[in-house]
Design a protein around this ligand. Structure first.
Ligand SMILES: [Zn+2]
Ligand SMILES: [Zn+2]
Length: 312
């Protein structure tokens, strides 16, 4: 099961209600962290997420609102006697920037930190992949896609019966090896299973102007978390961010099932922004996430609840 936990949803600077960007993905007992703005340790504590379960942190870019919580996160891990290595992924210059802040204060990490600078990459892990791609933000910046690996179709009783199979260890062997010899016949896994089940896909743009690359990499996403800092092009000016209308257009074009309008500028109240989003988004299925919203993927769609409002 996949859960997306919004730890910080605001852009540029924290406010009373919203922290700066950090998104946790919980999958099979592991927590992947995408961005770690100032205060991420506190947000994780409030959400009941242990930093010790984080082995991979993906930074979109090195503007303060997206990474200033990283040093505190690493020191917290050290305080709790972490031994497992930590992997930090990010765009060009990640190595230099992370190394620099690791040298500050009376602190040296007691565990290995592996820093990976990415361009357009496809990283394969156990049960899922993380893709990275360049976005347009005026500095080296990446968007990321979490893609659960597709799963085999379910065993179909009527097809199993046709081959005289009813269950037991032989099905485990068929699953492992892809084919078996049974009662003088060769049976392939596809002969007795339904269509493959597509893994969940979540795309996160980080800060960016609308770009074709987001559309390409986010095609068919179950959830697209897109920069939507401003309600209008006049407010955006010449900054490298997107408006709500532009984020909606990208979501429409890549057939995203759900759009999370992310990195809302602190000038907008939730109500004002939501009203603007309703005006701009039309037929797009959208969400204006609040801090501590949890999106749980069940039966092909995301359900939303808020950790603070629902009592955890
Ligand atoms: Zn930002
Ligand atoms: Zn930025």
């Amino acid at each position: 099961m996949l859960e997306v936990i919004f730890l910080g949803t605001g852009g540029i600077m924290p406010t009373r209600e919203r922290n700066v960007p950090a998104i946790a993905l919980r999958y099979n007992g592991e927590i992947l962290l995408f961005d770690a703005g100032e205060g991420t340790v506190r947000q994780m504590n409030t959400a009941g997420l242990s930093p010790m379960k984080v082995d991979k942190i993906f930074i979109t870019h090195f503007h303060g609102d997206h990474y200033l919580g990283l040093a505190a996160l690493i020191q917290t891990m050290n305080l709790w006697n972490r031994e497992r290595p930590l992997h930090i992924y990010g765009p060009k210059y990640t190595f230099e920037f992370v190394q620099n802040f690791l040298k500050t204060g009376f602190f040296r990490p007691g565990f290995d930190i592996h820093i990976h600078e990415l361009g357009e990459s496809r990283l394969k892990f156990n049960g899922y992949e993380v893709w990275s791609f360049g976005v347009e933000h005026g500095v080296p910046a990446l968007g990321y896609v979490f893609k659960e690996r597709d799963k085999r179709g379910k065993f179909l009783p009527e097809k199993l019966a046709r081959y005289g199979l009813s269950g037991g260890p032989v099905l485990g062997k068929l699953e492992r090896e892809g084919r078996i010899e049974w009662k003088g016949r060769i049976i392939h896994l596809e002969d007795v299973t339904g269509p493959r089940r597509r893994g969940v896909k979540v795309a996160y743009t980080g800060d960016t102007r609308p770009t074709e690359r987001v559309r390409l990499f986010s095609e068919g996403a179950d959830l697209l978390i897109h920069d939507a800092t401003y309600l209008s092009p006049e407010h955006r000016g010449d900054s490298y961010h997107s408006t709500v209308g532009e984020a909606c257009e990208v979501a429409r074009r890549c057939s995203a099932k759900l759009l999370a309008l992310f990195h809302r500028a602190f000038r907008y109240s939730y109500e004002e922004y939501l009203e603007g989003a309703r005006f701009h988004c039309g037929d797009v299925n959208f969400l204006v996430p609040r801090d501590f919203d949890v999106l749980t993927h069940r039966a092909g769609k995301f359900d939303v609840r808020n950790l603070l409002e629902d009592g955890g």
